[in-house]
Design a protein around this ligand. Structure first.
Ligand SMILES: [Zn+2]
Length: 165
């Protein structure tokens, strides 16, 4: 059910600016989709690898491999500092999986997370602070669907909030 919700949410987001390339890859610009069905949710995170670990070539040297590993584990560990749900809801965001998609001259990082809360998320406020964890991530397009509420926000600085009402 959530997978379907998230999929239709992303399809809607795409059709909003259908003139643009759907897989536009702009350094510094990421995308986050959140879909909630009551107390449960899914989060999808997309960003150019450059914005996450600083380069996009294949990690061959030891130094590059370490940089990449460290940044990817940060994504899993610090997601709840970037996407801050109301503490009263007692939510937990857990990494489901991530992958690095290598294209011709660029690569993207994608992560999927499962969210479970003790109270429904619709009606609450979410705070976003992406640059706190990844300073190169200057702009993140956020799309949220929480039960009947659909909202979007372009996050350009730490502490921006979105009310799900
Ligand atoms: Zn790139």
């Amino acid at each position: 059910m959530l997978k379907v919700l998230l999929f239709s949410l992303m399809a809607m987001a795409h059709s909003d600016h259908s003139a643009h390339n759907q897989s536009a890859h702009v350094h510094g610009a990421g995308k986050v989709s959140l879909a909630f069905d009551g107390k449960k949710g899914k989060l999808e995170f997309h960003a150019p690898a450059e914005s996450i670990y600083g380069f996009e070539h294949a990690a061959k040297s030891k130094k590059d491999k370490q940089k990449k590993e460290a940044a990817l584990s940060k994504l899993g560990e610090k997601i709840s500092e970037m996407v801050v749900l109301d503490p009263a809801l007692k939510c937990e965001i857990k990494l489901d999986m991530y992958e690095v998609i290598e294209k011709k001259n660029h690569s993207d990082v994608e992560g999927e997370f499962n969210i479970s809360c003790e109270a429904p998320v619709a009606g609450s406020t979410i705070t976003f602070s992406f640059q706190k964890v990844f300073p190169r991530l200057k702009k993140v397009q956020v799309e949220v669907l929480a039960d009947q509420v659909q909202k979007s926000l372009e996050v350009g600085k730490n502490g921006e909030t979105l009310e799900l009402k």
